[in-house]
Ligand binder design. Structure first.
Ligand code: AP5
Ligand code: MG
Length: 221
């Protein structure tokens, strides 16, 4: 599929998992791939934050784990994702799932992915990216006070709603999330490499450059 220029409808058939530590740019890149290439985006973090906001039974259970930077218990997330993936006839981008080997095995039972793209960023940059991140409370658009500031302070460029700081973006919780990533999610890199499904993409540099690196990977599918 050649998609480096205009959006190509076959791009939407690709089934892509985004891997990478907290702050590596998964949400940022997924949003651009959705906007420019028409991908369906499934972000477990966004789905869980919406459940917390609405105080659904899932949200009430998930909140304490999220606020502490821990993974939400597998079963809660697995039910959520199984329903979403099964409802799709096309491809998708999964941002935030799987987060451990058990979740990867569940996904393999539902569908076969084409590629797991691992966004690679130095750890010392991640804390700065996350503690200065601002997120739209309405459309989940992601900004950064220095690297991607909104045109008007505190206001989303896309929908005009207020920006907020995620409750798990304090330095203490960020450090815990990085530890949880190393213990649980990092092993997925080797898991997908062993299956011949891994593509490493440098997550350093400009958001636009990283997007083009990702498109080059998707072009090969
Ligand atoms: P989730 O929402 O998935 O958070 P995460 O994985 O920790 O990742 P982030 O969203 O923090 O980072 P990102 O990689 O999306 O970076 P972003 O693009 O925003 O999960 C949150 C919680 O939900 C978990 O802790 C857990 O509790 C729960 N959860 C979710 N999924 C789960 C699952 N499957 N199982 C169990 N629990 C689950 O970018 C970060 C910042 O950097 C932004 O400010 C952005 O503007 C900036 N930035 C982006 N690119 C660049 C660049 N190239 N240069 C400079 N700045 C940049
Ligand atoms: Mg994200």
């Amino acid at each position: 599929m050649v998609i480096s220029g205009e959006p190509d409808s076959t791009a939407m058939d690709a089934k892509i998992v985004l891997l990478g530590p907290p702050g590596s740019g998964k949400g940022t890149q997924a949003a651009i791939l959705k906007e420019r290439l028409g991908f369906t985006l499934i972000s477990t973090g966004d789905l869980l934050r919406e459940a917390v906001r609405l105080q659904t039974p899932l949200g009430i259970k998930a909140k304490e784990f999220m606020d502490a930077g821990k993974l939400v218990p597998n079963q809660l997330v697995v039910d959520l994702i199984t329903e979403k993936v099964n409802s799709l006839n096309s491809g998708f981008i999964l941002d935030g799932f799987p987060r451990n080997i058990d979740q990867a095995e569940v996904l393999e039972g539902i569908t076969e992915i084409d590629v797991a793209i691992n966004l690679d960023v130095d750890e010392d940059e991640l804390v700065d990216r996350l503690t200065k991140r601002r997120t739209c409370k309405e459309c989940n658009a992601v900004f950064h006070l220095m690297f991607k500031p909104p045109a008007n302070e505190g206001v989303c460029d896309k929908c005009g709603e207020d920006l907020y700081q995620r409750s798990d973006d304090t330095e203490m919780v960020v450090r815990n999330r990085l530890k949880v990533y190393h213990d649980n999610t990092f092993p997925l890199i080797q898991h997908y490499e062993a299956k011949g499904k891994l593509a490493n993409v440098s997550g350093r540099g400009s958001i636009e450059d990283i997007y083009h690196r990702m498109v080059r990977v998707i072009d090969t599918l």
